[in-house]
Ligand binder design. Structure first.
Ligand code: ATP
Length: 295
């Protein structure tokens, strides 16, 4: 598979701040790649260099031609006096190849809003319009900077659906986010970035598994269980009890769970309210950086 983006040892400083400190990553054609990190990690600076808006101090980048890239910035500066239709026509006029406006509006459920102005739109409608505007010239690569900040959960979910559909249609997507659930749900691969450095690049599920992070199995029991019986099950690191609730820490949740259920067959009581809590990207972030993504 071809790489749409190749970044090697990219460096960018603002005065004494090394905003981007020697990062490298590739984005393959047709994948959704996420840069996951807290505010100030250097995500926006990296995107701006790829978009040609800023110059790097060092390193190499390979990316598609400008006409083949669509961009949604953190704050979109759409001319306030123009209608959505006029904005799409104006944006399209910068490119040789452009989509039919009526069809584009239909795809993003904007048909009835074409005569409205951007400022009159709800946050969900703004989001859809920003995407439509970025795709007016049918780019091959879409770059999104923190696309769902400040959106309510329903709008955010709808947005995830939309970009997964766009990927299915062949678009390559690079996005930044500081929401780990966003990275986990939509990204094929994620680079974890903190203080201008990439600490790991992997598929989200692999990141979680590769670090040997601890998962938990919780359940309640109708009868008292001797903790020593639980501690010997495979993968179990520790077993605790709080009244009727048992809490097992495990490195291999699937194996431990299977054995627990086998063990239960010989148990004279009943276990219920069974829950498995798998480690998440948030835990990965904490382990790699020593601080939480949400701090
Ligand atoms: P955010 O989501 O808040 O934009 P980010 O991960 O995108 O965070 P950047 O915007 O790339 O991070 O910023 C990285 C670092 O560079 C931060 O410490 C920021 O304060 C600094 N920085 C960014 N732009 C400038 C600038 N134009 N001048 C000086 N410092 C800057």
């Amino acid at each position: 598979m071809n790489n749409v983006i190749e970044v090697k040892n990219l460096v960018k400083s603002y005065g004494k701040i090394r905003a981007v400190d020697g990062i490298s990553f590739d984005v393959a054609e047709g994948e959704i790649f996420g840069l996951l990190g807290p505010n100030g990690a250097g995500k926006t600076t990296t995107l701006e260099i790829l978009e040609g808006l800023k110059r790097a101090d060092g390193g190499q980048i390979k990316v598609l031609e400008r006409e083949e890239i669509g961009v949604v910035l953190q704050s979109s500066g759409f001319l306030p006096e123009l209608s959505l239709r006029e904005l799409l026509v104006l944006l399209g006029s910068f490119y040789q190849h452009r989509r039919d406006i009526a069809k584009l509006a239909e795809d993003f459920d904007l048909t009835t809003l074409l005569d409205a102005k951007y400022e009159e739109l709800s946050s969900g409608q703004r989001q859809r319009f920003a995407l439509a505007a970025a795709l007016v010239h049918e780019p091959k690569l879409l770059i999104l900077d923190e696309p769902t900040v400040g959106l309510d959960p329903a709008v955010r979910q709808k947005f995830w659906e939309t970009i997964l559909e766009l990927r299915k249609a062949g678009l390559t997507i690079l996005l930044t986010t500081h929401y780990m659930e966003e990275a986990e749900i939509v990204c094929d691969r994620v680079a974890i970035i903190d203080y201008g450095k990439i600490l790991a690049t992997e598929r989200p599920v692999k990141l979680v598994n590769s670090l040997g992070l601890v998962s938990r199995i919780k359940f309640m029991s109708s009868k008292l269980i001797n903790l020593a019986e639980l501690e010997v099950l495979p993968g179990i690191i520790s077993a605790r009890r709080d009244r009727y609730t048992y809490d097992l820490e495990t490195e291999t949740p699937e194996d431990s769970l299977r054995e627990l259920l086998t063990w239960e067959k010989k148990f004279s009581g009943k276990i219920f309210n069974l829950q498995v809590q798998q480690a998440t990207l948030d835990d990965v972030f904490l382990k790699l950086t020593g601080h939480s993504l949400r701090e």
